[in-house]
Design a protein around this ligand. Sequence first.
Ligand code: ADP
Length: 395
Amino acid sequence: MVFALTLSLALLVVATAAWLRAFLRHRAAAAHHQHELETLRTRHAAELQAQVERTIALFNRMVEGVIITQPTGAIRLANRAAGEIFGFTAPATGLSILEATRHHGVAAIAAKLDQSPEIIGHELTLESAKQPRYLQINALSLRTPSGERDGAIIVFHDLTALRRLESVRQEFVANVSHELRTPLSLIKSAAETLIDGAQHDPAACSRFLEIIDKHANRLSLLIDDLLLLSSLDSGRLQLKLRPVPLRAAVQEVVDELQSKAAAKNSALENKVDASLAVQADSHRLHQILINLMDNAIKYGREGGHTSVRAAVLSNGKIELAVQDDGPGLPPEAKARVFERFYRVDKARSRDQGGTGLGLAIVKHVVQAHGGEVRVESTPNAGSTFFVSLPPAAAE
Ligand code: ADP
């Protein structure tokens, strides 16, 4: 009897122990499961947060301006580019399109989305105090999965730079046509005069032949300059860089232009230190020097003086300065002389045989060498044109 009691007690203890073990195991498993779930949830939340941050970063780095609206028309999100286009820096969330953009045309586009679900390629000009801004607008009204209206997304593509480029190109083509037509019509009328009888008068004949020769040369110079600019623009120009002693390069040009300077009673002075050398294409360097020194003589005063000097800049580049004591440049011309076909005095430049491309070529050739150009000038006190070039590399 005692044995039976002891046995049942023992069995009860064993069973309880087994149940307890199972219970504890289950609780541990549940706790582990809970912990895993929490870890997963935290990781998921972090991933979601990172994804949102990535999307916002992408949204703000987009070149296009983007505005997303709520069904009420108020702004839900606007990216940085939209702020730059319309001039708002603070977050535009909650504002109406008109409040944020201050443009009725843009507000009208947003309103139009009530009738048509999509607007593609709408063009708009924003007139501002500085210069007009050209925009192309694409917009889409959004729907929830159940088909209810959920605001809209409006994308602004800024076409201003493209338009500016187009107008520069058109202006360039118009300038080229004009520049080609002028000498061509002079050649044509001289040839016609010869055909009409001037060929039988020796004096008139040589005069008209000289006209033809002069303007054919001008045409040829213009075409050479245009081809050079085109190869500079397209990056096709191959520079043969090597160390070039600067004083000798300047002296070559001084000698070449000596008779032209003498005809105007003006003096050319080479003040470049013999120790200086640049890393350049010698043929192109010659062209830079010819263009700058020829201008100094051409536009300088009768009996004037032009000097060329060079100095080492703090960034290691060598800066060449061509200084004249001529009439100088009017203040508004300083920023424009390096533009194609810009001339202070058109008639004078053409009369001197200028193509209007000399300084544009200087600028592009210098930039192709990794250098820069600038000009300092005081009206009636002369001009100094500066070009910087890399120093000669050790061989
Ligand atoms: P151009 O063929 O007319 O000489 P450039 O591009 O060389 O063309 O020069 C552009 C214009 O800059 C010239 O037409 C002239 O009006 C002005 N210019 C250039 N160099 C000088 C200078 N040293 N002094 C005064 N004006 C200058």
